[in-house]
Design a protein around this ligand. Sequence first.
Ligand code: AMP
Length: 412
Amino acid sequence: MKILVVNAGSSSLKYQLIDMDGEKELAKGLVERIGIEGSRLKHSAGEKSTVVEEPIPDHEAAAQLMLKILQDSEYGVIRSTDEIGAVGHRVLHGGNKFTASMVVNEDVKAAIRECFPLGPLHNPANLMGIEACEKVMKGTPQVAVFDTAFHQTMPPKAYMYGVPKMYEEKLHVRRYGFHGTSHRYVSRRVCEFLGVKPEGKRIIICHLGNGSSLSAVKDGKCVDTSMGLTPLEGLLMGTRCGSLDPAVVQFIANNPLNDDGTPVGHPISVDEVLTMMNKKSGLLGISGKSSDCRDVEAMADAGDENGKLAMDMLIYGIRKYIGSYAAAMGGVDIICFTAGIGENNDRLRAAVMDGMEFMGAKLDPEKNKGRGEKVISADDSRVTICVIPTNEEIMIARDTLDLVTLGKVRDN
Ligand code: AMP
């Protein structure tokens, strides 16, 4: 069966068509600037690629264009949309309702809508993507795969915040965690790769990209993760500040600064502070130049103090989480790096693991060089350290196939 994987943003729609017979990627693409001037579709299938520039007013038009190019005589890979067995959608926030992926029906859509306040930037866009595909592919099953679902096994001591309990009971204020599809894929794949069972294993997954999160996975189940009610909590990220004293929000709201460092002169709202903490902070805010780890590392190499500080903060934060998750699980057996930075930046991996021999984790500098799926720990390291490239699309496609053929999701 061919499964279409869709990740809809507020002005974008990313897609990948996968033939589940062999899990082969047939085509992929990105519709950008939906509803904005200059909208276009970038599409590739094997060696062939093309860009279509035309007005794309909404997500329905984007979905239509995606189907058109997938059936194109030159760049297409299917003859009819009937060949698409089902569509799997990435959905950011499933709240505490979803512990697994679900076939979309009216109840599921209502629940995604209920989570709009928890994922105000993503959930409305994700639902638009689902509704657009429902309209242009009538009768094709749609499946929602939630970024939060894998973390729903966390115990209350890990997901509760220390505010009055009624906030969790009445308003569901708690840690949810994100990147769940990636953490699930990598925690399963690393065991398969090493030829071990998840049962009895204590794994720390470091998903380090533009957004970053760590998770602690024990016996195959997530027991803690660094992102919280929203993706703002946890590590320093590309543009997000990560964890801080909540009183900082009030202090900055009362004493805001303009981009040039001069005082604004009047208080700003909490919403405005959070926008700054989500979009102008992290590597970007500390380096003052870029949210991209490659740029910031280059700044540090050139002797820029702010670039160096940003990299130091990122690395120190990852080390602290690894230490705390090892303590929380009573030890660690596998540490796994993934996502843009985790997969590609061997220097950062070496800096994170430097001096971790005290907990039985020793990197092999030679094995650590380069990219790809591999073990990077020394032969005498008790903890196995690995790099596993993430593949959220395949996880979404597998869940979608399972739900439409078996009626349930397998733990794969
Ligand atoms: P992601 O969000 O997973 O796409 O990751 C984006 C981050 O990965 C950015 O900070 C990039 O600097 C980093 N990254 C991506 N590719 C590379 C690479 N080849 N070498 C080093 N860093 C990379």
